[in-house]
Design a protein around this ligand. Structure first.
Ligand code: PHE
Length: 457
């Protein structure tokens, strides 16, 4: 089934796509990865990865979605009706549904922390212990997001917010909310950047984040940078295929992909410029304090606790994080919604319920698996982590690999050229390079990520 829904403006189209790309990967994954893996040197490797892998794979997905004009499975069916290539689309679809289950839980934590900042609960009792006491926020984290029923409650709130937006459809739901939230996200980021860079010793933090250390660059670092480019740009999840099926025929896709990539990259770098000056300025030591969940739920609250206007800075930060998470969950839910709507010919509203109602159970199971009770362990780890590893390390690379082979080798030779030049209506000097990268370079790089992850497991 083909559709005629399109985004109504260029701005909205970019806001929605950037909204998907900008997420927790930019906030807590990128800064700690960069700092651990050679600072400025990692940045250079990462820039190389987004040009060699990120932009070409994004363009392969865009071309597939806009020409196929259907969901992530149906687009293959529309372009090659008599072949079994639609099976390749099932990988992205499966990954997106599994990711949705645990990402919704993390999204729930962000709004729980937003509420706890506004209500003051996050900081109540700190006076008795004394600021800078690192176990205080560690204990809070355990209490608020790992144990009890409150994380499940907040995950449910997030599912309901997603449902409310997605029920309104592509233009009035996804596009409209992205138009509001993405500019808001950039404004909050710039405010934080200003504050952080004007702290005493801010340059030390910038140095700590960006000083290039080329000795650290080895194959592991390259695999890490490739994996980050993948995750951060939402590749291989069916999201870009689904969103591009809503692109008008006139969209200049090379330009769009570069804009999306640059904006996503800027958010990652800005996050580093916010976090490291603050961490150094407030005398927090140890790289374990700037990694993953600890950074966001322990280290940053410790910093806010020492600032004037604690609750308000804290609330503003978790609002930023909540916005980033919300626009990502919307995009990942849309993959399955578009699939159910197109394949089973049910109304969009029904499709939203079919996709999101089971999340009340699946996400709760993911949340419970982290509670430390030993329930729901898979392959020796909590269900939550198992889903994360299984999708990021196995299914996503497989899905993107197959898309490159399909667009580069299976579809007619002129397919990509026609798509990138909007059927020859303008010239694009990038076309031969993009085709070369999709055919030869991306499959090899993706195989490298795959093997790299495999060896690590
Ligand atoms: N690109 C997102 C990020 O950087 C990853 C993501 C998007 C994950 C959508 C799930 C859904 O965090």
């Amino acid at each position: 089934m083909s559709k005629d829904t399109t985004f109504s403006s260029k701005f909205g189209l970019i806001a929605a796509t950037v909204g998907s790309a900008v997420g927790l990967g930019n906030v807590w994954r990128f800064p700690s990865l960069a700092q651990e893996n050679g600072g400025g040197a990692f940045l250079l490797v990462y820039i190389g990865c987004i040009f060699l892998l990120g932009i070409p794979v994004m363009l392969a997905e865009f071309s597939l979605g806009r020409a196929g004009r259907s969901d992530s499975v149906g687009s293959f069916k529309n372009l090659t009706p008599n072949k079994k290539w639609w099976i390749a689309g099932c990988f992205g679809l499966l990954a997106s549904y599994l990711i949705l289950a645990f990402y919704m839980v993390v999204a729930g934590w962000t709004i729980e922390y937003l509420w706890q900042s506004v209500s003051g609960g996050l900081y109540s009792g700190i006076g008795a212990i004394g600021s800078g006491e690192s176990t205080f926020f560690n204990d809070k984290m355990k209490e608020l997001i790992l144990n009890g029923t409150s994380p499940i409650f907040w995950t449910y709130v997030m599912i309901i917010i997603n449902l409310a937006i997605l029920l309104k459809g592509v233009k009035k739901g996804i596009e409209k909310i992205s138009n509001i939230l993405m500019p808001l996200l950039f404004v909050i980021l710039l405010v934080f950047c200003g504050v952080s860079l004007s702290l005493p010793n801010a340059q030390e933090g910038v140095k700590f984040f960006l000083t290039p250390d080329f000795d650290k660059i080895d194959s592991n670092v390259i695999v890490a940078a490739l994996g980050q480019a993948f995750f951060s740009l939402s590749l291989g999840m069916g999201i870009l295929v689904t969103y591009s099926s809503y692109f008008p025929k006139s969209t200049k896709m090379v330009r769009t992909s570069i804009t999306v990539t640059i904006l996503d990259f800027s958010v990652s770098v800005l996050m580093g410029l916010i976090i490291f000056p603050a961490v150094i300025s407030f005398g927090i030591n140890g790289s374990e304090n700037v990694a993953g969940m600890t950074l966001v739920f322990v280290t940053l609250p410790e910093i806010f606790a020492q600032m004037a206007g604690t609750q308000w800075w804290s609330a503003l930060f978790f609002l930023l994080l909540g916005v980033a998470a919300l626009t990502s969950t919307i995009s990942i839910a849309e993959v399955s919604i578009a699939f159910v709507h197109d394949r089973f010919k049910v109304s969009r509203k029904k499709a939203c319920y079919i996709v999101l109602l089971p999340m009340f159970l699946f996400s709760a199971l993911c949340s419970v698996s982290l509670s430390g009770t030993g329930w729901l362990q898979v392959a020796g780890m909590p269900l939550f982590d198992a889903l994360d590893k299984f999708t990021s390390n196995m299914i996503l690379p497989m899905s993107a690999f197959l898309i490159c082979i399909y667009v580069g080798w299976v579809l007619p030779k002129n397919f990509l050229k026609n798509e990138l030049t909007n059927q020859g209506t303008f010239r694009s000097i990038a076309t031969p390079a993009v085709l070369f990268l999709i055919k030869y370079v991306c499959p090899v790089l993706i195989a490298m990520i795959f093997l790299g992850n495999f060896i690590k497991i």
